[in-house]
Design a protein around this ligand. Structure first.
Ligand code: ATP
Ligand code: MG
Length: 568
């Protein structure tokens, strides 16, 4: 199975209030005849996660839907934390999700223009250089209930400000010694409007501009103006920026430039999941996971390696919709969308994770045959394949009990079961090793039940998967569970240590699994349903001599049950 990109990814994005707002702006021709322009603006300081997938589906999806365009813009204004590795991974992840950008942009491309605009604001008396230390500035800022107080440097002359700011740029002053601030209102009820910092001194090389700059713009000063330069009509971002909107508008109005507008929507939170690049970086750096693409990570590279599909992610993002209130979505809902997609598209195969050998005593020694098996019962077009069968097979250890508990319908002495697509077998005896563990189960089969069909209408209560021992190939299977034991790990962060909530059993490595031979030619990333077990995909650690599979998800769908209960 390979990734196919549907013709219109936008069709998956439902987002009523954003859609209504854009439709209204088009109707009133707020931006004349121009098509809508959006942007996705990641800071290249980490890998994208599932939360970003939601923002991507909104930014790209809505533009597609309204015939507009979307830029990918790297918000690279903080040279200390940003790296090319992140830039590359972000481009790869956006494309993987099924989107492509109109233009690839960098906020750093606008450093020259932003600097000119800062000079303009200084000349108009709307910005000043402040020498207060960071601590002093904090003291002057006031609180939510008390207004701030003016800095003693607030009334510097335009000439003095121009002189100091150009010298800041020229590198005459050390880091942290001065900042450029917007001159707005120290008594504003919105703390963001109390003379926010526009530029800070940072003698750090930038990954794109090198040593050209030693002053760097703050997010709030860079973001809206970058939108304006790109003529972004609808700049969608998450709700935590709502308090910044007046400042976003202030800069644009004072400069008299293209009137981009900021619109906020709810951030995606998922149970048992931490969606914060900063925290995810910590897990990587401390070795709590095996890198950004560890299949337990909620990064797009992690869940891709785990076997998730872009189709399922887009369908999920469409289904959760967009609102103006933050909430938390059940992880099971995301898993439900993934199962739904894989159930339709993943090829079936037989794999025994914890093998128990079964010898069929009345099957002729040395004989082998092939049984025909559907590749995907959900999709007849997927065809069939031939699976080898012989006298010795493997079944799951869990599928045999020497002393069956009540209601155990699988194999046990004297009981008959169906081997899927093959034969009915009946357990006769067990052979134990020196420690008393069951080494082999001896069975008989009914040759008349070939294909797994009852020869005389007699019924069996269980159908089991199996792999022919002589033909089986070995594999390592990595079984993942939730990374956290706590459903709300980001709330723990406020008080305690989120690392205390890491699930110690989030990875189980099963070696010695036995797979049907067709899986030997599976390609990296290829996805399967192992019948009765779950969804799996080939891990890139796979080599010609060692097959490694990741379990994407078990078969059981708890979300479908939750949903049913809620509806009932
Ligand atoms: P993080 O807190 O994980 O570092 P961020 O918001 O700092 O995320 P950016 O790279 O600045 O990450 O985000 C790029 C875009 O993605 C922004 O528009 C941001 O609002 C959006 N975004 C980030 N996290 C989420 C989320 N959990 N749900 C929806 N959108 C998100
Ligand atoms: Mg950020």
């Amino acid at each position: 199975m390979t990734d196919s990109i549907p013709e219109s990814p936008a069709a998956n994005t439902t987002s009523t209030f954003l859609r209504d707002l854009i439709a209204e702006d088009l109707r009133t021709k707020k931006y004349g005849e121009a098509v809508i322009q959006t942007r996705f603006p990641p800071e290249p300081n980490g890998y994208l996660h599932i939360g970003h997938a939601k923002a991507i589906c909104i930014d790209f999806g809505l533009a597609d839907e309204f015939g507009g365009k979307t830029n990918l813009r790297f918000d690279d204004t903080n040279p200390a934390k940003e790296e090319q590795e992140y830039v590359d991974s972000i481009m790869k992840d956006v494309r993987w999700l099924g989107f492509d950008w109109e233009r690839l942009c960098y906020a750093s491309d606008y450093f020259g223009q932003l600097y000119e605009w800062a000079l303009q604001l200084i000349r108009e008396g709307k910005a000043y250089v402040d020498d207060l230390s960071a601590d002093q500035m904090r003291e002057h800022r006031g609180t939510l209930t008390e207004p701030g107080t003016d800095s003693p440097f607030r009334n510097r002359t335009v000439e003095e400000n121009l002189d100091l700011f150009t010298r800041m740029k020229a590198g005459e002053f050390p880091d942290g010694s001065r900042v450029l601030r917007a001159r707005i209102d120290m008594a504003s009820p919105n703390i963001n409007m109390r003379d926010p910092v526009m530029y800070r001194i940072l003698h750090t090389a930038h990954q794109r501009t090198g040593d050209a700059w030693c002053i760097y713009p703050m997010y709030d000063y860079a973001h809206g103006q970058s939108d304006s330069i790109e003529q972004v009509t609808h700049s969608m971002c998450t709700l935590e920026f709502a308090d910044h909107q007046p400042l976003y508008r202030w800069y644009i109005e004072q400069l008299g430039i293209f009137p981009s507008q900021q619109i906020e929507f709810d951030r995606l939170n998922l149970t048992y999941t931490m969606l914060s690049k900063r925290k995810l970086l910590q897990f990587v750096q401390e070795g709590r996971v095996n890198g950004w693409d560890d299949p337990r990570m909620p990064t797009l590279s992690g869940i891709r390696r785990r076997g998730f599909t872009p189709e399922a992610l887009r369908a999920f993002c469409g289904a959760i919709g967009v609102s103006r209130t933050n909430g938390t979505i059940d992880l099971e809902m995301l898993e439900h969308f993934q199962r739904d997609d894989l159930n339709r598209r993943a090829a079936r195969a037989m794999a025994v994770l914890r093998p128990l050998k079964v010898v069929i005593d009345n099957y002729p020694q040395g004989q082998e045959e092939f049984v025909e098996v559907a590749n995907n019962p959900e999709d007849p077009a997927a065809g069939t394949r031939q699976v080898p069968f012989s006298r010795e097979i493997y079944i799951e250890q869990d599928d045999f009990r020497e002393v069956p508990p009540p209601k155990y319908y699988r194999l046990s002495p004297g009981k008959e079961v169906r081997l899927r697509n093959a034969y009915f077998i009946t357990a006769q005896s067990v052979v134990k090793d020196a420690e008393g563990n069951i080494a082999e189960v001896h069975c008989t089969y009914d040759p008349a039940s070939r294909g797994g069909n009852s020869p005389d209408g007699r019924k069996v209560k269980s159908t089991m998967h199996w792999v022919s021992a002589a033909h089986a190939i070995g594999a390592e299977i990595r079984i993942y569970d939730k990374l956290f034991t706590n459903a709300f790990p980001s709330e723990v962060e406020e008080g305690g240590d989120v690392l205390d909530n890491l699930n110690p059993n989030s990875l189980e490595i099963v070696t010695g699994a036995k797979l049907e031979p067709s899986l030997g030619s599976a390609a990296h990333g290829e996805r399967f349903q192992f019948e009765r077990v779950g969804y799996f995909c080939v891990d890139p650690d796979t080599t010609p001599t060692k097959l490694v599979f990741n379990r994407t998800l078990p078969l059981k769908d708890s979300w479908a049950k939750i949903e049913k209960k809620a509806g009932a």
